[in-house]
Write a protein that binds this ligand. Structure first.
Ligand code: WQD
Length: 341
């Protein structure tokens, strides 16, 4: 019997790529998503790529009745991968209660439902944002954590709740995966990042400029203490990230305890380097203007991924050129995302 895993936020960008990786390894994903920031078309795209149409429940992790129904109908669920959440830094400043309700209360609701069903393995989609403005780079898991915005605090609070809960329930396995900057898409061009409205993040914005949906990119800050003055981040291909989840399910989840891993490449790239890589991959110009720093931004953020390499036997392998190429393949094949806007 193959392992069965509940995937919250299952039709989302990172979760959908993780579903493909899980199915390819014989794992059965059960998806739940409220479709507030993703498309149901993702299900047929997963089937196209894997031959499997995943079981899907539409709804929120805040719905206790729905979660109980899912666990009752799938008593073989062994673990939960929890991706569902709000993740836009700027929006979190405008709507903090929505972020605490969805990200924190939603997670507490999910853990209570897991406890009632006797499911004791949780892998949580955390973020490098919990490191705040690090004192140095590269960042290790032992670094102090904090935040600079409600989105970051919500991730920090969820980690705190999960660590305290696992200390009280020592037979549970809780794995916190701290993503750096996920980018790129499945090389087929059939799964991708499809932000609603104006993209908050750099790479989807660059892609929309290249395809002609946006006029030009604003480079937020060119006076940072970095080699070319623009912000430096650890961009990681979403397929590498998906493989990281499979590694966590295999090597961390079966072990009781609280496990924390950086999922990054260990290599930082600047905004200007990202623009150059994308222009090379797409053959399209990406016009940009130098603009003031974005409030809350930090100069540099990249990981040391040694702990994941050592304990999860995992490391990112895809290059910046592959990240740019796969971003362009998706954007070129899906100029308006999954559904015409
Ligand atoms: C990257 C760099 C910007 C847009 C955030 C969240 C993090 C995770 C990833 C959810 C920075 C610059 C950006 C633009 C720009 N999200 N930039 N022009 O801020 O590192 O991380 O997204 O998990 O938790 O904090 O990513 O892509 O927004 O910015 O110059 O139009 O690109 O200043 O240097 P960030 P980003």
């Amino acid at each position: 019997m193959s392992k069965k895993v509940l995937i919250t936020g299952g039709t989302g960008y990172i979760a959908s790529h993780t579903c493909v990786a899980l199915i390819e390894q014989g794992v059965t994903p059960i998806l739940v998503d409220d479709l507030s920031n993703s498309s149901k078309l993702v299900l047929s795209r997963i089937q196209e790529l894997t031959g499997v149409l995943p079981v899907f429940y539409q709804g929120s992790i805040l719905d206790k009745v729905l979660l109980a129904k899912i666990f009752a109908e799938h008593p073989e669920i062994e673990a939960v991968m929890h991706f569902a959440g709000l993740k836009a830094v700027g929006e979190s400043v405008e709507k903090p209660l929505a972020y605490y309700q969805c990200n924190v209360a939603g997670t507490l609701n999910l853990v209570e439902a897991m406890q009632a069903a006797g499911v004791k393995q949780l892998i949580f989609s955390s973020s490098a944002t919990v490191y705040g403005d690090p004192a140095s780079v590269p960042i290790e898991e032992s670094f102090p954590t904090s935040a600079t915005n409600p989105y970051g605090w919500s991730k920090w609070m969820v980690e705190r709740c999960l660590m305290d809960f696992q200390a009280a329930q020592p037979d549970w396995s809780i794995t916190l995966l701290r993503y750096f900057n996920p980018v790129g898409n499945h090389p087929s061009g059939r799964l991708g990042e499809d932000p609603q409205g104006i993209p908050n993040n750099l790479v989807p914005y660059i892609a929309q400029v290249a395809i002609g949906r946006r006029e030009q990119l604003s480079v937020f800050g060119s006076d940072y203490n970095t080699p070319d003055g623009t912000g430096v981040r650890d961009y990681i291909h979403v397929v590498d990230l998906a493989q990281g989840h499979l590694a966590a399910l295999t090597y961390a989840s079966p072990k009781a305890g609280c496990h924390i891993y950086n999922l990054g490449t260990g290599q930082g790239y600047s905004v200007l380097e990202m623009i150059q890589a994308f222009e090379k991959a797409s053959g399209r110009a990406v016009p940009y203007v130098l603009a003031p720093r974005r409030p809350g931004d930090i100069a540099e953020c990249w990981a040391t991924p040694e702990k994941a390499k050592r304990e999860l036997h995992w490391q990112a392998t895809r290059t910046l050129d592959e990240m740019a190429r796969d971003t362009w393949t998706w954007q070129e094949n899906n100029p308006m995302g999954y559904e015409p806007q």
